[in-house]
Design a protein around this ligand. Structure first.
Ligand SMILES: Cc1ncc(COP(=O)(O)O)c(C=O)c1O
Length: 378
């Protein structure tokens, strides 16, 4: 299969929910909130033949080394509030987040809630961190390929880690059943992928990523003096992040609509396979250094948005990702594999030629995680 797929079925996405200003206010109220940097790399831009290359560096987000806590925190807050019947509301537009976190904690503890999540690392750690803030337990389930380092980071949040003898997709199903079996329905599944198009919590995860784009909108003007973005490149696992990219740029009209480019590992390209098939198509996802992107089936609730909103779907090999990691490091960005995959994809597009990139292109690449250990498997 060629590594670049042009989505000829792209069209305006219908029925998007409006931007919710409370999401950013909520994140601002959490410990360690600070906008992550948007770093301009002029030398690399010149090599790629474009005007601006801007890297949104999520290597330190709300005290964790990946963007996932944006979605996990908002979805957990909404899920707990909804479970206990609390209204997650601002006080005259002024979100008293710490107070709300305290309120949520008290309610979650009184209700004896336990958070559940399936993960290949970052999402589970983020859910574990939220459980810690709320003073409740978290049971995190991981597929057997997840390494010891990732498991111990999840446990460092106080969560328990249970290994499922299977891949990520099997872990998702197993975790759902485990949460449903939790006594008195007190198991709250904070899933970042939906088995059913109607699942609410995965949609709240997508909503939570909005804060990243709110920041980019401010930072792009500082970095370039104008708000034009011609392309945004996002890594894809279950597709929630890419869905929030599409949603943001659909909701924020500009004179030139940015091309939305997705990147997946060659060994787990479930979105690309689905776009090619015109319907959700599962692949058998095999090992990649991009652990967070090792997913065999796209989330059901984001598929309708991605099938219409993605412009170009690409795949990259582990060695291309490794090269991109080294390059970013030379420019002072300490990216992990999923983070560097976006630059690897952009390089692939530049090499492919065509009309994707031009001397006036302004490209934002989402670098979703910080440096971490990884091992090649041949
Ligand atoms: C660091 C990192 N980047 C990208 C992704 C892919 O995000 P999504 O599953 O929303 O497509 C993940 C998913 O866990 C991740 O951990």
């Amino acid at each position: 299969m060629p590594p670049v797929y042009i989505n000829t079925g792209q069209k305006p996405v219908s029925s998007l929910s409006p931007r919710n200003p409370e999401i950013r206010t909520f994140h601002q109220s959490l410990p360690h909130y600070c906008p992550t940097p948007l770093v301009s790399l002029p030398e690399l831009a010149q090599q790629l033949g474009i005007q601006y290359l801007l890297v949104k560096d999520e290597s330190s987000r709300l005290g964790l080394p990946a963007f996932k806590i944006l979605g996990a925190s908002w979805a957990t807050a909404r899920a707990v509030a909804s479970h206990v019947g609390l209204e997650l509301k601002t006080n005259a537009g002024n979100f008293e987040g710490r107070l709300s976190l305290n309120l949520l904690a008290a309610a979650a503890q009184a209700a004896n809630l336990v958070l559940y999540a399936a993960t290949d690392g970052n999402h589970g750690r983020a859910v574990g961190r939220m459980a810690k803030y709320l003073g409740i337990k978290a049971r995190i389930f991981v597929p057997s390929m997840v390494d010891e380092e990732a498991k111990s980071k999840i446990m460092s949040e106080g969560a328990t880690v249970e290994v499922v003898n299977g891949d990520y997709d099997q872990t998702v199903v197993y975790t759902k059943l485990a949460a449903e079996k939790h006594e008195d329905r007190k198991g709250l599944l904070i899933s970042d992928t939906a088995l059913d198009v109607e699942d609410e919590i995965p949609q709240w995860i997508v909503e939570g990523y909005q804060t990243m784009f709110d920041e980019i909108e401010e930072q792009i003007i500082e970095a370039t003096g104008q708000n034009g973005i011609t392309m945004c490149v996002a890594p894809v696992g279950a597709g929630s992040l890419a869905s929030s990219v599409v949603t943001h740029f659909e909701r924020t009209p500009r004179s030139v609509k940015p091309a939305i480019v997705t990147v997946e590992p060659e060994s787990a390209a479930c979105l690309k396979a689905s776009l090619e098939a015109g319907t959700i198509a599962s692949v058998s996802a095999t090992y990649t250094i991009c652990t967070g992107m090792c997913v065999g089936t796209i989330s059901a609730c984001v598929w309708p948005i991605l099938k219409d909103g993605v412009s170009i779907a690409t795949t990259v090999s582990d060695s291309e990702v490794d090269e991109a990691i080294q390059t970013l490091q030379r420019y002072g960005i300490r990216a992990g594999p999923c983070g560097a995959a976006s630059l690897a994809a952009l390089r692939k597009l530049a090499k492919a030629g065509g009309t994707y990139l031009a001397p006036n292109s302004v490209v934002v690449v989402l670098c979703t995680e910080g440096e971490r250990g990884y091992q090649f498997q041949f």
